[in-house]
Design a binder for this molecule. Structure first.
Ligand code: HEC
Ligand code: HEC
Length: 241
């Protein structure tokens, strides 16, 4: 009995020795998974970005994920721009600010192993995820095609005070520009705020604006926001509402 316990302890000890040596070579995906819990609020537990509201984390290699996280942490907007990111820097940067080097390595290992990049064997499950997400996106765009843009325009008058008449963004609460966001993304974001989820530093200003919106309101708003600044006009002929 004693003998056995001793050898178990020896095993555990050697395991404890091996772990830090491994961690130096590369990130530890298991530790990354734990840390990822806070990221899932936006990027989704499946890394699919909540129906387009946030970037998908699929297809990134460990190296790419680590570089991007480091850039958000260090405020290296130039690098982010060079890889086509940075438009919504203010939403992501606070989430990277508190990460240690180990956190970055572990998260990058988890993201690459679980969602993408060089993990070729995972492609079947990744495709499945894509399929489910595609279904959701289709449902959203269908709802938006049926949306009442005139009604969206009326609802938007309460948003304009912060986001600007042309959805160009405003100084009040640092409200971001909405111009150029696809309708499906606006709708997904509004649904996330409606649940009361904190996304950026000024969510406290936005959440109360979304809590009372119905699904129809959201689709109408999203459809309207998507055409602001485009050549499409708000249709003049509307029935009733
Ligand atoms: C509040 C929502 C939110 C949270 C929480 C969040 N992110 Fe992000 N993330 C974003 C947004 C928005 C972007 C795009 C920012 C931009 O335009 O540069 C982004 C971008 C990224 C990118 C680059 C994506 C690409 O296309 O290469 C990575 C990697 C990333 N986030 C990882 C994380 C990790 C890891 C965490 C948790 C520590 C996290 N994010 C938490 C919103 C969030
Ligand atoms: C009191 C000011 C205010 C009003 C009114 C307001 N918003 Fe916002 N909105 C914000 C702020 C601030 C943010 C960023 C919140 C954060 O940091 O998470 C935001 C974020 C958003 C986003 C996410 C943008 C992105 O790229 O992440 C959308 C979409 C949005 N608002 C739509 C609307 C719509 C539609 C309305 C009207 C129903 C509205 N907002 C009314 C202040 C406001």
């Amino acid at each position: 009995m004693k003998q056995m316990r001793r050898s178990l302890i020896a095993l555990a000890a050697s395991g404890m020795l091996a772990a830090p040596l491994l961690a130096q070579a590369a990130g530890d995906p298991a530790a990354g998974k734990e840390k990822y819990a806070t990221c899932a609020a936006c990027h989704g537990a499946d890394g699919m970005g909540q129906g387009g509201a946030f970037p998908k984390l699929t297809g990134l290699t460990e190296d790419e994920a680590a570089k991007r996280l480091t850039a958000y942490r260090e405020g290296d907007k130039e690098y982010l721009k060079s890889v086509g990111l940075g438009d919504r820097y203010g939403t992501m940067a606070p989430n990277a600010a508190g990460l240690s080097d180990d956190d970055v390595a572990n998260l990058a290992a988890y993201i690459a192993e679980e969602f993408g990049g060089d993990a070729g064997g995972e492609s079947a499950s990744a495709e499945q995820g894509d399929g489910a997400n595609q279904g959701e996106a289709d449902a959203t765009s269908q709802a938006i095609a049926q949306a009442d843009i005139k009604r969206g325009s009326a609802l938007y008058s309460s948003c304009a005070i912060c986001h600007g008449e042309q959805a160009e963004g405003g100084h009040l609460f640092n409200a971001p520009a909405l111009k150029g966001l696809p309708a499906s993304q606006v709708a997904s974001l509004l649904k996330v705020y409606r649940k009361g989820t904190e996304m950026g530093p000024n969510s406290y200003a936005m959440i109360p604006q979304a809590t009372h919106l119905t699904d129809a309101d959201i689709n109408n708003l999203a459809a309207y926001v998507a055409i602001i600044g485009t050549d499409q006009k708000v249709p003049a002929n509307v029935e009733g509402n």
